[in-house]
Each structure stands twice: as C-alpha cells, then as structure tokens.
Design a protein around this ligand. Structure first.
Ligand code: DO4
Ligand code: MG
Length: 295
C-alpha cells in the first residue's frame, strides 16, 4: 500500500493507493497525522488505513491523472553519503583532494563506523512530483542523485519509503569537501515522491531496484539502474546516527545515499527531465530549469 497527496479544487487530499492502484481519499491531509492516529488506535498504519477504506470504492481517477504533491511535508530532509561503492568512486574521481596512494576522506568514511550524514533540505526547498528542479547558476557539473528516502517518526521509527533526488554539484564539492552545503542545498535542490510505500508492506527494502532516466529533447540520454542490496550500511544504522543526541521531527526524510551516478562527462541542462523509478513506490519525474531564469 502507498500513500499520496494531491490537489483537487484547491484542496489538499491525502489518499491510500492499494495494490490494484485504486485511489482512496483519507480523512486527513498530512501523512504523519495518519501515522499518529493509527498509533492512538494501537494499529499499524497499514491496518488502520485498511479499516478506513474497507468496503469503499476508490475514486474514478488514476494516480497519473492527479496533481501530485510531496507525499509528506518533511520538516527536514537529511542525507547519507558514500554508502555505496558507486558514490565513493564518483567522489574520488571529482575530488581535488586526492594524493597518490593516500586514502581520501571518501575512502575513509566508506569504511568508518560513523557514516556521513548531512543536512539536505527543509520543507520550503523540497519539491514533489512534476515540479521543476532548479540548476545552480555557479556550477557547470550538476547531476541528480537517485536515493531511497526513509520517512521516520521523531523516535526514529521507519514508517515508509519514498524516492528522493539529492541534486549535487560535482564541481563545487570536488573543489573542496567543505563546500558540501553549497554543493547540495539551494532552492528546489531536493525532490521527493511520488508516494510513500508503507514500511510494513515492503517485502525486502534491501532488494529495491532503482532506475534513473534523463531525457533531453525527449531523447533518452542517460539510463542507469542499481539495487539497494549494494548498500554498505543498514537503514536502522543510518537512522541511529541521525537521531543520536539530536532532535528530529515526525515526517523527517533521511535519504540513504546514491547508488547511481551518470557518466562523468554528463551535466544536467535546462529543459532536461529526470525520472527515478522504484517499482514498489512509483516514478518521480521532474523537469529541470535554470534558477537564473526564475529571477
Ligand atoms: O560526500 C558527499 C555526498 C555523498 C552523497 O550525497 C551520496 O553518496 O549520495
Ligand atoms: Mg546523495
């Protein structure tokens, strides 16, 4: 079962999407309200939603016809880094920090007990399906980072999985790792969606196939796939470092690191379209626009 949010007649609707793709509006507008209400009834979110929709017919429309929003208004989005070998290789390629024969900070963090966890986004900077990703004006090497996103409670319980795009400027981070916040955080540099797959309905979160496709002038120019079985860490391990001595909020999203990096010569351009697909969750699709054009 998945949960989506959409706008209809200027109203926000939260809905459950069953495995046969029927859309059932719920009497809430925020995902975390359902999670809290389920707990109050001492039911899992999945069971609670089942009681709400049982015996009802879904709406006539299909998900593809709806004007989708972020599935959860995440107060904060955090991200994990260098959790896949692919990311370590890419960082080692772009960094100016490498000295022959020496380990880079990326090599060290890949093996260290403490993972890299960084602040990525706030609700105001985070966009949902079909909204434009913006390109920074001071970078010539920008890529999407397709990642599994964990939707967590303030206690660190993983209640759902979504798709995230941790947009990154490889030249800015490559020049100096201390520039990471500028390489990662700007207006519309984070997309999540299109749905939240309830955690209890995912058979094996370490076996999710992910595909990223980038279209330019309607031609497919990048297509890469990977699987979460290549993740070096456990999801709970990443969450435990995020919440340690920290205050996190209900509905926080923790991105779990990228396993897909486009070819090194590739950079996004205005007019491109990015699609990230995890079949259990859906397809997160966003057009790419230049931030300079928005001013
Ligand atoms: O080390 C910098 C960021 C790494 C990252 O975002 C990733 O591995 O996905
Ligand atoms: Mg990333």
């Amino acid at each position: 079962m998945r949960v989506i949010r959409y706008v209809e007649d200027s109203r926000v609707v939260l809905a459950a999407v069953t495995d046969d793709n029927a859309v059932h509006p719920l009497p809430f507008t925020e995902f975390m309200d359902v999670v809290r209400e389920a707990k109050r009834h001492q039911l899992s979110t999945f069971r609670y939603i089942q009681t709400l929709i049982s015996g009802k017919r879904g709406i006539e429309k299909e998900v593809a016809e709806l004007n989708l929003l972020v599935p959860v208004v995440a107060p904060e989005v955090w991200a994990s880094g260098v959790t896949y070998e692919k990311s370590r290789e890419a960082r080692n390629y772009e960094t100016s920090e490498k000295t022959t024969g020496q380990e880079t900070c990326y090599d060290r963090v890949y093996h260290a007990e403490r993972p890299e966890i960084f602040f990525k986004s706030t609700a105001a900077r985070t966009i949902g399906p079909n909204a434009p990703i913006y390109l920074r004006s001071d970078s010539n090497w920008q890529i999407p980072e397709p990642e599994v996103g964990l939707v967590i409670t303030r206690e660190g319980e993983i209640v759902g999985y979504t798709i995230g795009n941790d947009m990154s400027c490889r030249d800015i981070e490559g020049e100096n790792p201390l520039y990471l916040p500028q390489a990662k955080i700007w207006k519309h540099s984070c997309a999540i969606g299109p749905a939240i797959r309830l955690a209890e309905t995912v058979e094996d979160p370490y076996n999710l196939q992910m595909t990223c496709r980038i279209y330019r002038n309607d031609q497919l120019v990048v297509e890469e796939s990977a699987n979460t079985r290549q993740l070096k860490r456990r999801y709970d391990e990443l969450v435990s470092f995020l919440i340690r001595d920290n205050e996190v909020f209900d509905g926080t999203v923790l991105l779990t690191g990228t396993c897909i990096v486009p070819p090194n010569q590739f950079t996004l351009q205005e007019g491109d379209r990015i699609e990230i697909e995890i079949p259990e969750i859906g397809v997160l699709s966003n057009p790419v626009q230049s931030l300079a054009q928005q001013a």
